[in-house]
Design a protein around this ligand. Structure first.
Ligand SMILES: *Cc1c(COP(=O)(O)O)cnc(C)c1O
Length: 439
């Protein structure tokens, strides 16, 4: 019969790990993945008809929840218009015009099919524009699975790199420099040594793929200043933060204009869309206008373009961001109360229980992350408390059992949509209490 366990067993026989993206397999939290069949608003239903309130939201694209009626209408219309042309069409133009009109540092934009593709292409532009080879990235920032950025800081000298994945040749990462976040000294030191060799400085301006590591504005400003001084292009990877923290994204929140910017997730409203964009003088290097080749059979497909525009226009007009921040604060504050009431005695990997353990929430806009309460804000990977993964796994399963779905990893952030109103949030909190009280 169709239950999740059965489907997972079958899946494992035909796909690596039974999934098509690693986190989905639940390896980080243990157990077997739930197979979902349907979604609407804030709700998910699994193949056994269990219902969940969704705080993962496909890792971010669903600003208005699943299948919002205003967007669903546009998707239905598109079904009758065309599925793909592989030719010039007006829908991508409308979306490109809307974004370039409303985001000052986006003068030109090229649509692709994923965040990974966007970042990969933006690096190519940056190298072509500067005639340099090296890329600077930050430990804990995720930019998709392109070879050259699947790298974290090595344990040795700052700037030394080792790959995060098998199958990546040392030559592919030999031009990638990696330093920690939140560290001005490492930053200055690195620019001193390598500044004139760096083509692109790539960063998530709101790092949200290794917990939520909110950076100090001074650090971001110093990064921008050094990039300018040494003639490197500053690339903001706003795949997760773009149109999520505010319409103009984290660049606007920080008051820093990037040279190049990447979008994804919300941009396609749940359809596979990414984009790289920026100053015209750089984007004009892209083929067929310029010498930087980049193409895509399904690029700018009408579903993504039309659904994306419907979502962005709605967000621009309604400005849901202040309310999202409020509802997120309400939810996280109450969740932390519950976690501190019921979930402070979870053993770590060695089976040790920390006597003074307390939870706290890190939140920015409608993104949130639950972690151990620490004396200082956690802004870099090395400061993430030990035992986090094990504790999160217990909480995750307690919630899952009672119909609250978080992203299945302690290093992924959670999201709220506009559909997460007080009634839904209170229901989620009630369910969470039921689950956590049994820990
Ligand atoms: C999700 C994400 C990506 C990768 O996008 P995909 O569409 O999964 O390829 C890149 N950068 C950031 C910041 C992301 O959050």
């Amino acid at each position: 019969m169709t239950n999740s366990l059965n489907l997972f067993e079958r899946s494992k026989k035909v796909s690596p790990g039974g999934v098509h993206s690693p986190v989905r397999s639940f390896t980080s939290v243990g157990g077997t993945p739930v197979f979902f069949k349907k979604a609407e608003g804030t709700k998910l239903w699994d193949v056994e008809n269990n219902e969940y309130i969704d705080f993962c939201l496909s890792f971010g694209p669903l600003l208005y929840g699943h299948r919002h009626p205003d967007i669903a209408k546009v998707v239905r219309e598109t079904t009758e218009l065309a599925w793909t042309f592989g030719a010039a069409e007006p829908y991508s133009l409308y979306l490109a015009e809307f974004i370039t009109e409303n985001i000052p540092w986006v003068e030109k934009i090229r649509f692709v099919n994923s965040g990974t593709e966007a970042v990969m292409s933006a690096l190519r532009v940056g190298r072509a524009a500067t005639g340099r080879n090296k890329i600077l990235k930050f430990d804990g920032c995720y930019h998709g699975h392109l070879d050259s950025l699947l790298v974290k800081a090595g344990s040795g000298l700052a700037g030394e790199s080792s790959s995060d994945s098998a199958g990546i040749g040392s030559e592919q990462i030999s031009n990638t420099l990696v330093i920690p976040l939140d560290d001005e000294i490492a930053l200055e030191d690195l620019f001193e040594r390598e500044g004139t060799n760096i083509a692109v400085v790539a960063i998530e301006p709101l790092p949200a793929n290794y917990g939520l590591l909110i950076q100090r504005k001074e650090f971001m400003q110093k990064l921008a200043n050094l990039s300018r001084k040494f003639g490197c292009l500053l690339l903001f990877d706003e795949v997760i933060s773009g149109f999520r923290v505010s319409f103009k994204g984290m660049a606007w929140e920080l008051g820093i204009e990037p040279d190049l910017v990447c979008y994804g997730k919300i941009l396609g409203a749940g359809f596979p869309v990414g984009a790289y964009a920026g100053k015209a003088k750089y984007m004009d290097l892209v083929a067929p206008q310029g010498p930087v080749y980049q193409a895509g059979t399904l690029s700018a497909n009408p579903f993504g373009m039309r659904a994306g525009l419907a979502m962005l226009e709605k967000a621009f007009k309604e400005n849901p961001y202040p309310i999202l921040e409020e509802t997120t604060n309400y939810f996280t504050t109450n969740m932390i109360n519950l976690l501190n009431k019921y979930a402070t005695k979870i053993p770590d990997k060695e089976g040790k229980i920390k006597s003074d353990f307390q939870w706290e929430a890190v939140a920015y806009g409608s993104l949130f992350w639950f972690k151990e309460k620490t004396e200082h804000s956690v802004r870099s990977v090395s400061n993430i408390p030990l035992g986090h993964k094990e504790r999160f796994a217990k909480v995750f399963h307690a919630l899952l059992k009672h119909g609250v779905y978080l992203a299945p990893s302690g290093y992924e952030v959670g999201f709220l949509s506009t559909e997460h109103n007080m009634q839904i949030l209170n229901e989620a909190l009630n369910r969470a209490e039921e689950g956590l009280s049994k820990l």
